[in-house]
Design a protein around this ligand. Sequence first.
Ligand SMILES: *Cc1c(COP(=O)(O)O)cnc(C)c1O
Length: 431
Amino acid sequence: MKSISQSTALYEKAQQVIPGGVNSPVRAFKAVGGTPLFIKSAKGAYMYDQDENTYIELINSWGPMVLGHAHPLIEEAVEKAVKNSLSFGAPCQKEVEIAELITQMVPGIEKVRMVNSGTEATMSAIRLARGFTGKDKIIKIEGCYHGHGDSFLIAAGSGAITLGQPNSPGVTKGTAQDTLSAPYNNLEAIDEVIRFNPGEIAAIIIEPVPGNMGCVLPEKAYLEGLRTLCDEHGILLVFDEVMTGFRLRKGGAQEFFGVTPDLTTLGKIIGGGMPVGAYGGKKEIMDHVAPVGPVYQAGTLSGNPVAMAAGLAMLSYLNEHPEVYSRLEEVTKKMHEGFQKNLESLGLDYTMNTVGSMHTLFFTNEPVNNFADAQKSNMELFKKYFHAMLDRGVYLPPSQFETLFLSYALTDEDIDKVIEANLDSLKAIHA
Ligand SMILES: *Cc1c(COP(=O)(O)O)cnc(C)c1O
């Protein structure tokens, strides 16, 4: 057994001064139990905790470390930028460069505004959609996560046409009334919501490939169907590509599936590990944002020069190295096939969803095409699996409802180790 005494001690202290000892809830390991590991450093495909244990990284900061940790190009860009002051609160050249690059890379973005997180991006995009259309309601998809803005912390009603309920104290009923919901991969449910709220819906916001209910893939024609419904009813289609952006392709899921949204939200990879988000879309919509338009949105540290330097280095690399995406798919496919073989050899039939470098192993035998399907997974088995993998030096996201994000730094040997750990862990949890 490896020691985690340093992490345990830090966690004790942290709980005295930070709610739950963490600055973002999923880090507390609540879904899997045990002590969260405090990380000291990371390099390439590996992460090291305070007790000097080594882990193969399969979360990669929930996506941003797509090239692996501490990539020299990004480090260099940051070091250079730091010397010129950490913040100006005035425009700088890097903001223009990154905006130009984003508009080249992402098909649906003609103009873009930088913010500081994915949450800010989605909150701002929804305000803009409302300001642009003059309508108040939005449709969100059950099980999709769009950050912690009030409008998104809404539990689905019991049917497609019932009103949502706040699913966090502090979110008002008034806010909840403006968020309608429908299950993923179900166009009829969306159509029904639209028909019961005629002329009231500003936007449909969706993770084109949800990563926040575990990885779930769109059925054929689902995204096209949403595009058509939005066009028919004057509704803006918002793709939340905070996870999929720059990951499935350099142009995100919209490039991968060939469906162009009206607005796109970005985060995670876009800052290369620094706190950055962005929202963008068609010119005529984006020109409703202040100061050119009436929809207010601002940020003292938005477009921060150091964060822009990191993001620009990351995006430039991805833009110039298409082989990153083929390699990411190759390692992920290798892992998927290895896991498949393991499952077969043990007579198990769990569901795996994989697309690009995103992957989830669901502990259910049934297909997972929406949140209700994902919830059929056996959480007790997942918990045991998570800890079995961690004991074997593989760092997975600590929840069944999350996605693995593979990095370009993973070698074939690393994946072989992951596949072996998977076999041993599956055996151990079924012993
Ligand atoms: C992580 C995430 C967000 C929120 O981004 P933060 O930077 O954590 O605020 C929004 N949407 C999706 C799809 C995400 O995965």
